[in-house]
Design a protein around this ligand. Structure first.
Ligand SMILES: C[S@@+](CC[C@H](N)C(=O)[O-])C[C@H]1O[C@@H](n2cnc3c(N)ncnc32)[C@H](O)[C@@H]1O
Length: 223
């Protein structure tokens, strides 16, 4: 019988394997992402990063493709980025240096953020909830570190509104989840609504596959 300890061991072995996969992809990531971005979600990065104000956390910052799109006031000393792949983080740090951005980029696990409660005004996570093993735990962590009335900004590929696409996504999941930890049928917005956040902005395009949302945690409004 596999008890809780066995499950934990399996989960950490899997986490190591997934992190290594991202380390290997780090060098080619920007090129692959640029092609997907042009076809599927042009303009989404500047739009969602432009909503950030005050102390901002980016979860699973990857190679830092969003860095250039934050308002200068955020990029100059108020932005923290967490990423669990040292290879991806290395590229992000290089990019930050090239941009002259004063950002705190650190290794960490989105599912267990080593950050204080209520510490951020804005939390951003783009195209990563599809890849984080326990995306619900990561969302709960994002809300925990947001101050009351803080803004959660998410963008990702999600389950389609069109059934033929959903069939393809289900087929893709059969291979991509065990091999690459990539999920095509998640929908973070459901969790956001269940958690009682108030949606302020929302857009869904490309047969419903691309979705971004900005939602506020309960409590005092924006400062
Ligand atoms: C598809 S990339 C997206 C990167 C970046 N957010 C972007 O928009 O280009 C997914 C990223 O999530 C990171 N990731 C996956 N699980 C993670 C976790 N548990 N904690 C931190 N980062 C994680 C991967 O290492 C990878 O860099």
């Amino acid at each position: 019988m596999v008890g809780p300890a066995g499950d934990g061991d399996a989960a950490s072995r899997r986490a190591v394997r997934l992190r290594r996969r991202w380390d290997r992809e780090a060098g080619a990531y920007d090129r692959g992402m640029a092609a997907a971005e042009r076809r599927l979600f042009p303009g989404v990065r500047p739009l969602v990063c432009g909503l950030a104000t005050g102390r901002t956390l980016e979860v699973a910052v990857g190679t830092g493709l969003n860095l250039a799109h934050y308002p200068t006031a955020v990029r100059d000393g108020r932005l923290t980025g967490v990423e669990w792949s040292p290879g991806m983080l290395r590229v992000a740090r290089r990019r930050a240096a090239e941009l002259g951005a004063d950002v705190d980029l650190r290794l960490g696990d989105a599912q267990r953020l080593d950050l204080a409660d209520d510490a951020y005004d804005t939390v951003v996570c783009t195209f990563s909830l599809c890849a984080i093993p326990d995306h619900r735990a990561a969302l709960a962590e994002m809300v925990r570190v947001l101050r009351p009335g803080g803004l959660l900004v998410l963008a990702d590929h999600v389950v389609s509104t069109a059934w033929p696409v959903r069939v393809l996504q289900a087929a893709a999941d059969v291979v991509s989840v065990p091999l690459a930890g990539e999920h095509f049928r998640r929908r973070p917005l459901r969790w956001v609504l269940d958690a009682g956040l108030a949606v302020e902005r929302h857009e869904r395009t490309r047969a419903g596959v691309i979705e971004w949302v900005a939602a506020r945690t309960p409590g005092p409004r924006a400062r």
